[in-house]
Design a protein around this ligand. Structure first.
Ligand SMILES: *Cc1c(COP(=O)(O)O)cnc(C)c1O
Length: 365
């Protein structure tokens, strides 16, 4: 690459794309992360050479040597964001520059080279353009974009790899909640933590998810939908869910979420919710919330609503909390008013149905 951060993408259209009829059948009920579009973006990196061979090509398996570093030491990061169809037939993305910046921050933490943010955003534009027919027309559907990068160098020594592959794929997804928004139940994990101070909690890396799966499985065993992690030092304060940030809404209208101290993933939905709540006149606080206070404030009625947020499900009400010694409800197990209002407001901005004073929405097509 030369002349700044711009990469030229070579476009090699898929010679055998899915037929329109088959695509329509797949889009009728896409689910989440099950079906994929016809293309992918790939960009290679080598030390001394930089980023090169940027391509849009047919989605296909990636040939990999069994000694590729990622398979052994998990040098891998990813992102998740969505493209939406607007009422006027256009296509938008929500805050892709924020994902690009976070991808670069994750790369830095994992000792990987940073893909220039402009190349990251460009790669998504190229992918959406070529696979635009795959964006669901369902008003609750979207095209989930999954950019990721891993160490591809063939080497078993322990050090940062000197070759990487960046890939972006896309998956049409339906409404996260088929049949309306339903509050989820959460399990407060007594045994497992997600991230320790100085660790990788703020990086969006696959390894964090690998470490969370056993706790998530424990949540399912206890009849819950999701796991909530407490801090790794005192096991007292609420960090986040396995893949979503968490918010608390009190009877005086205060909106609280745990602060970004390095163990929590800095969610773009989280940051957007903080801004929207503040603009709605709420007092917003980023401060630690102990599980003891969560229980006590739920019991006294002071705590009115709790919700989780992230790109996949936008905003999800939390209706029930379980832990080894008991369980309790939030808001009688019903979705809260502010939770649902914020959810709607965010969805309206993302889909171009509401003004976008912050310039969060990027028009793709
Ligand atoms: C991606 C992610 C989130 C949510 O981030 P968004 O940018 O809002 O999608 C929250 N927690 C974890 C652990 C994540 O990986």
């Amino acid at each position: 690459m030369s002349g700044g951060d711009k990469l030229d993408f070579e476009i090699r259209p898929n010679p055998a794309p899915v037929s329109a009829a088959d695509r329509a059948a797949l889009l009728a009920n896409p689910g989440f992360g099950r079906i994929f579009t016809d293309h992918m973006v790939t960009i290679r990196y080598a030390d001394g050479k930089g980023w090169y061979d940027a391509r849009v090509e047919a989605r296909a398996p990636i040939p990999m040597d069994p000694a590729a570093a990622v398979l052994h030491y998990a040098q891998e990061i990813f992102e998740g964001l969505k493209a939406y169809r607007t009422a006027d037939g256009g296509v938008t993305m929500f805050r892709p520059e924020a994902n690009a910046a976070r991808f670069a921050a994750s790369a830095q933490r994992m000792a990987m080279p940073a893909l220039p943010p402009e190349a990251f955003v460009d790669s998504l534009h190229r992918l959406i353009e070529i696979d635009r027919e795959w964006i669901p027309t369902d008003p609750d559907g979207s095209l989930y974009l999954r950019p990721f990068m891993f160490a591809s160098e063939v080497f078993l020594g322990v050090r940062p790899a000197n070759e990487y592959l960046y890939v972006a794929i896309a998956s049409p997804v339906g409404s996260y909640f088929s049949g309306g928004v339903k509050p989820v139940s959460v399990w407060v994990s007594p045994d497992y933590t997600r991230a320790a101070p100085g660790g990788t909690g703020a990086a969006k890396c696959g390894g964090n998810y690998a470490a969370s799966l056993v706790a998530q499985a424990e949540a399912i065993e206890h009849g819950c939908d999701q796991v909530v992690f407490l801090d790794a030092v005192e096991r007292r304060f609420v960090d986040e869910l396995g893949g979503m940030n968490v918010f608390f809404v009190y009877d005086d209208g205060t909106v609280v979420t745990p602060p970004l101290t390095g163990t929590i993933l800095p969610g773009i939905t989280r940051e957007s919710v903080l801004m929207l709540a503040a603009e709605a006149g709420k007092r917003v606080e980023e401060r630690p919330v102990s599980f003891a206070d969560w229980q006590e404030d739920a019991a006294s009625g002071r705590l009115r609503e709790v919700f989780a947020c992230g790109t996949a499900a936008v905003i999800t009400p939390i209706g029930q909390v379980k832990f080894p010694d008991g369980e309790f409800l939030i808001g009688g197990g019903e979705p809260g008013r502010l939770t649902m209002a914020l959810r709607q407001q965010l969805a309206d901005i993302q889909r171009g149905n509401a003004p976008d004073p912050h310039g969060w929405v990027t028009r793709v097509l």
